[in-house]
Design a binder for this molecule. Sequence first.
Ligand code: ADP
Ligand code: MG
Length: 585
Amino acid sequence: MKKQNDKKILKRFISYYKPHKKLFALDMACAFMIAMIDLAFPMISRHLIEKLLPNQMYNTFFIFILALVVMYVIRGVFEFIVNYWGHILGVRIEYDMRSDLFLHLQKLPFKFYDKNRTGQIMSRVVNDLFEITELAHHGPEDIFLSTIMLVGSFLVLITIDWRLTLVLYVVVVVLVWFAITQRKKLSLGFKEVKKKTASINATLENSISGVRVAKAFANEAYEVEKFRAGNNAFRGSKKYAYKRMGIFMGGMHFMIYILNVIVIAVGGYFIMVDQMSYGDLLAFILYTNTFLQPIRRLTNFVQQFESGMTGFERFLEIMDIEPDIKDSDNAIEITNVTGNIEFKNVSFSYTDEEQVLTNLNVFIKEGETLALVGPSGGGKTTICQLIPRFYEIDEGDITIDNISIKDVTLSSLRRNIGVVQQDVFLFSGTIRDNILYGRINASEEEMIEAAKKAEIHDFIISLPKGYDTEVGDRGIRLSGGQKQRISIARVFLKNPPILILDEATSALDNETEIKIQKALEKLAKGRTTLVIAHRLSTIKNADKIVVMSDEGIKEEGSHEVLLEKGGIYSKLYKAQFKGYIPDEV
Ligand code: ADP
Ligand code: MG
């Protein structure tokens, strides 16, 4: 079962070579020629020593020398091609795989990103692919060259002297075994170093980010101790790895030289008893010294094959996740949305353990604002995420203008919905890039118009670089309110008929909130809006307020009606305004 699986994986790996057949053939052909030249040299030398020199054929001798020079010029060219174009082959395969992976990642639903952390995914895209391309480029070349060299020289040598050949190859087999096992230990050692490096980096980052806390608690010594432990482990792992390296390199060279000694000893003995010529012995010695490279290549291959294939398997793990949220076969483009949204008996759960929504019925009338109120963890954000179909509902239906969201294309559905959340994500790039994200082909005037509506234009132009100011890690630091207004400008530009505001102002201080509230009210005008806010002052103008609890909807109606009713909402409202001066006072 496992074998068959391995075969399938290998097949899919090989399929990545298909678009680059020509380059692959060129690479292999040049590798083949290099192997042939390396195989030929000992034979030519033998011919020179054995036939030409003893018979004083000096002219032919010099012609041969000239031919050898030409041969090595050609070998140089082939080596250039193998190194350059061979790597380009690897780069192209890497490019294809990375594009495939990225395209696929873009298709994967929220569920995937809930389960996998950004760091892990990044490591797949970067590290695994690196291992894979190392294999993709060097793998075929290494296995091909080393096989030709080892088998080819065996075939040549056996015609010269089978006894010495057998002696030689018994040692070669031991050498290959030694190289493969030691190389494995060596690479395990370096893997450990990598792990320890990652861990020391994590400790470092954590300590530096928390340096203020460490100082405040006067815990610098504790932090130093924590770091020292990691640093020691790092040093230990390096010590081990370099010891392995010493054993590997020392052992390999030792064995090659011993191989030479054995060849000279046994060959010398054959010469003494008149069973071998000097030229033959020379050929043996020369071949012995060409073995080091193919043996290294072979061990390289074994090693690379292992890590490359593990990387490729992990790559396939992601590639094989079928995006479960995708356009149905006859999905339609939804246009001219008026914005009646209806939840019909909707049930939903993220996991098997907990049902988040059960038989939920909500209706949001076109152009109106519906506010959701309820305890944290009650499922408000979940409701927001179901409308753009970020998650698939388990039962019931959600409709927009009486069309099920499952029957429309994801892109047209999402084009019609604008979301403003508590956490604003700005891409690294300029403020302009970030606003234009709402509608990438919008004009400069439209963008500025959106920024004005979002009440952020004045701030932007007060910056030295205006709209070209960089934000994100390398750019300026924006306050929560500034970021939020940029995200609002984005949605103004997108201009969707449906708007979702999920705690858009919750992370802001009171004063900023009031300012942003103004922008949001403008934004909501004429759109079907779903708003969630834990400060009830911001939602009391909603056309309808729905009060949720863990069990579902408890009350619904307008602010006045709910206050009148004296239920949960009125209690919540009164509690919030106890000893608190409402904004309108
Ligand atoms: P609210 O916005 O009302 O605070 P949420 O909709 O965020 O509530 O969460 C409702 C429930 O669903 C909570 O119990 C929460 O733990 C769970 N939940 C929210 N998001 C996820 C998720 N991505 N994966 C699994 N469970 C989740
Ligand atoms: Mg929430």
